[in-house]
Structures are given as C-alpha cells and as structure tokens.
Design a protein around this ligand. Structure first.
Ligand SMILES: [Zn+2]
Ligand SMILES: [Zn+2]
Length: 149
C-alpha cells in the first residue's frame, strides 16, 4: 500500500468495518482500486489489472474471492450483463439503471423519472408490491454505432 496515505487507509478500514468485514490487506487493496477507479463498473480482471500496479499485488483468484465477499457483505453490487462477464460496482450510489454496449462493453448509467414511475404504476396495476428492479438496455454506444456505419 505504498500509494495510499494512512488517512485513506483509515477510510477504507471504516468502510470494511461498516460492512461487517475485518480488515485484511487483499480487501484493502481491492477496495482502494475500486474507490480510486474512474470507471464505476469493473470486471474482476479490470480490478486485477489495477491491483497489479501495486508493489505487492494479490493474485486474480484472491481478487475474485474478495469481490465475492464484498458482494455478500453488500459493499459491492454484481451485475451480470448479457453476453458478458460480471461487472462489479461499489454499492454507494443512488438507484440507477444501465445501458450496455454489446460491442465494447461500455456501461452508461441513467435515471429516468418517467420510467421509474411507470414501473411503479405497472406493479400497482398487478397489485404487486415493488421492492426493487434492475433495468438494462443493450445496444451500441455512439462510438461503436459510428464505426459500424
Ligand atoms: Zn461501444
Ligand atoms: Zn451502475
């Protein structure tokens, strides 16, 4: 943990404790990578690639194990997007839905009030007590749809 200051490590330790997890070096490393990343949605391999920049990196199997522990503790959400491997996202954002590019894997987050309230109305019309939903739109991002033209 050469790159992270003591203060930063303290914050990470807090986050782990809040999620009911003991502080271990691999957990600190994976969490530090996810919190520092500009991309919110990372595959295990993405996380591993960043962890490799550490002077004393942990292995890919450890990254997988730590991510699974994070998901179980509610610290991280796993998305299983169609035709792609799982991506992981810190569970610190307000509700949002996703668009996934089927060519390059770009993930765009969006929130649309009309869609949210329509889903609520549809559920009500079925006397269904809506607790949660996940909505994922699949297609091509603007870059990919341009290059295929
Ligand atoms: Zn794309
Ligand atoms: Zn997201």
């Amino acid at each position: 943990m050469t790159a992270t200051s003591e203060e930063k490590t303290e914050g990470l330790t807090d986050d782990l404790h809040k999620a009911g997890l003991k502080t271990t070096l691999p957990r600190l490393k994976v969490l530090a990578v996810m919190e520092a990343s500009a991309t919110r949605h990372m595959s295990a391999e993405d996380v591993y690639r960043e962890v490799l920049k550490d002077s004393d990196p942990v292995g890919l199997a450890t990254v997988y194990r730590v991510l699974a522990q994070f998901v179980e503790a509610g610290l991280v959400v796993r998305h299983q997007f169609e035709g792609d491997k799982s991506v992981f996202e810190l569970n610190d954002a307000a509700h949002h839905d996703h668009m996934v590019c089927m060519k390059c894997g770009l993930v765009i987050e969006f929130v649309n009030r009309e869609i949210e309230s329509l889903q609520q109305k549809v559920a009500e019309s079925h006397e269904f007590d809506l607790q949660d939903h996940s909505l994922t739109l699949y297609g091509l991002c603007s870059n990919c749809s341009e290059s295929s033209r």
